[in-house]
Design a protein around this ligand. Sequence first.
Ligand code: GLN
Length: 483
Amino acid sequence: MYNLTIAELAKGLRAGEFSSVELTQTYLQRIHQHSELNAYVTVTDELALQQAQAADAKLASGDASLLTGIPIAQKDIFCTLGVKTTCGSKMLDNFIAPYNATVVDKLNQAGVVMLGKVNMDEFAMGSSNETSYYGPTKNPWNTNTVPGGSSGGSATAVAARLAVCATGTDTGGSIRQPAALCGITGLKPTYGRVSRYGMIAYASSLDQGGPMTRSAEDAAILLQAMAGFDEKDSTSVDQPVPNYLADLNKPLAGLKIGLPKEFFTADLNSDMVATLEAGINHYRQLGAEVKEISMPTLKMAIPAYYVIAPAECSANLSRFDGVRFGYRCENPADLADLYTRSRGEAFGKEVKRRILMGTYALSAGYYDAYYIKAQKIRRLISDDFKNALAEVDVIMGPVTPTPAFGIGEKLANPIEMYLSDIYTIAINLAGLPAMSIPAGFINGLPVGLQIIGNYFDEARLLNVAHQYQQVTGWHQQVPKGFE
Ligand code: GLN
């Protein structure tokens, strides 16, 4: 039963083939059995069983949604009322959220069963899950490799069948990159599509929550429940949410796909190119027209992002001062000592590096040279996408330069680590929606294909992904030992 998708489980639950309590027990057992993957920071066994009982009652009354009784893992960046919410940091190791994030509330209203909170890079800064205070999460396809990050716990949980689906957040690639490295489907929505209220802020102008699932159909079901205007988030957009399931089966004949030549340079190794080309060929067979496009500003995305994201993080993380939230050092001598030691003792190395970079970029004298310049580049990148998406319906390319890398391999070299997001970061700078779908394997490790669309065109992305999943089986593969 743990190999079934949301859509399949919803049928089984309605037909009375199993109950949500049985389903939840199966998942909880698997989570404890596979604790070596370190996917979960907190498992909420009791709460899950209570929610499952309530879901069974709803199902019996005939008043259930497609998500009623479906076990989900919440990324530990979403505040969950009465449940520890750590953001992968020692700073919040003792933080019990006093309210639910809007995403959590919406999913609860839809009837999900929360299995627990899943591991992540500290404050979502990272591409490998290795910056977590709780230790690295392992990739179930090869436990010596990383699951990607920062939503690595989410990706591992879904891939290893330790949750049916999960939430993730994506500031520069953190839904798509782990989805690619773990062979699952991930969708980063348009900026403003999903409320950020109660989602602990990293870089507020880039952060966006989204679904991580086994299939595009499941992503449509989950996004349906997560999306929508929220008056508590001033950057959420007041636009109606379309019915994402309704468009999944539209034929793709005539779809225009653009392949940016800047994505397919000599930097991308030949195995990756061959895997992606095979994927794009399926689209040709489905009737799509594929053409090369050029987006010359893409190469500036990493440097611009690593000014803007740290600048915003340095402001966002100033609230963790040892007074208002989380960790406080022992016996501070005075107020300055309280601030510096609390922050010094509770933040990890990468978070400190980002705060330093951001504070530097925002300081008088450097603000124009770095921050303003990066903002100008951001506009040029958005314009490049605008022009490209006037010519084509979707843009396709790699998600990552390589399949999963080894645990420890890139830790000593932050620039190498930052380059893992070279194909995803520009999309966040432009605020566009994008997906990663499983498109093959290299040496037994999954490879993702990226599909980028226009603002609020999630329905089309899901349709494009779903049609591919009707003619391929990559998304149905299960890592050995987790079948
Ligand atoms: N790896 C990128 C970073 O470290 C993106 C992380 C994210 O999307 N949260 O900033």
